[in-house]
Write a protein that binds this ligand. Structure first.
Ligand SMILES: [Ca+2]
Length: 257
């Protein structure tokens, strides 16, 4: 399995390899001021585009080999789009519900808004497994980013219903912005014995403002008609240290069975 990290350096060393990275503190999320950092980011983005670093194509290629990680009979779904960010490492840890149990609720761990600091937003996710009778069992988590401090409330499907589809919400690599990558998840629930595709409820953890306003919904990913979500795997950007843009959790893959 190949691990991959994109480092978004604020100084020209990434581009020209002729200067040292500054250790000055990172500034806030505002994109209105064309600071030195913003100009550097614009130049870096232009160089990445020129080098053909298409985010979506690269992200797809970075998935670990499923045969080594999946539970027999399960399949993976993922939500990508124009705002997906190819950054961070896919963890080897895929958490699964006990056999016969499915995911019924979701919550996020996040770093509160930093104001003038380097934001990371969402750093991790937990999913609650439940039996078809609605009895809770294990909690799935996979890997979590280093800056998560607070948990949202659980966003829960109607009793006896389970998650079968989701859309990731995330930010793109907008020039001049302090990036946070994944910003939320919008998931759909249905009854396990229903043969209809219709959604019986949606769940979306509630984040405080301004985190709640960041990002855009990516493509809809849905389990096969006879499957529900039973597992998860996260992609995390580790603490990159001073001078780099930290992002917390960057991507999510769900497992269906
Ligand atoms: Ca950031």
């Amino acid at each position: 399995m190949s691990a991959h990290i994109n480092l978004y350096c604020y100084c020209h060393v990434t581009i020209f390899a002729s200067q040292s990275c500054s250790s000055r503190p990172k500034d806030g999320r505002g994109g209105s001021l064309l600071s030195e950092r913003s100009m550097n980011r614009i130049v870096l983005t232009a160089v990445l585009v020129a080098l053909g670093r298409a985010d979506n194509a690269s992200a797809t290629e970075e998935y670990p080999p499923l045969a080594l990680l999946s539970r027999p009979g399960s399949s993976a779904i993922y939500s990508h789009g124009p705002h997906s960010i190819d950054a961070g490492n896919w963890t080897n840890r895929i958490d699964f519900c006990p056999p016969g149990n499915y995911v019924s609720a979701v919550r996020l761990v996040y770093e509160p808004y930093r104001g003038s600091g380097d934001d990371t937003g969402v750093n991790g996710i937990q999913m609650q497994c439940s039996s078809p009778e609605g009895v809770n069992s294990s909690v799935l988590q996979s890997a979590v980013g280093p800056f998560g401090l607070r948990w949202t409330e659980w966003a829960t499907c109607p009793r006896g219903d389970f998650i079968f589809q989701y859309q990731l919400k995330s930010e793109g690599t907008e020039p001049g912005r302090d990036l946070v990558a994944m910003t939320n998840i919008l998931a759909g629930c249905r009854h396990p014995r229903s043969t209809a595709i219709g959604v019986t409820g949606t769940v979306e953890p509630i984040l405080p403002s301004p985190l709640s306003t960041w990002g855009d919904h990516q493509s809809l990913a849905r389990c096969e008609r006879d499957q529900l979500v039973v597992g998860l795997q996260t992609r995390i950007v580790p603490d990159l240290g001073g001078g780099y843009d930290d992002m917390g959790m960057s991507d999510l893959r769900l497992m269906c069975d």
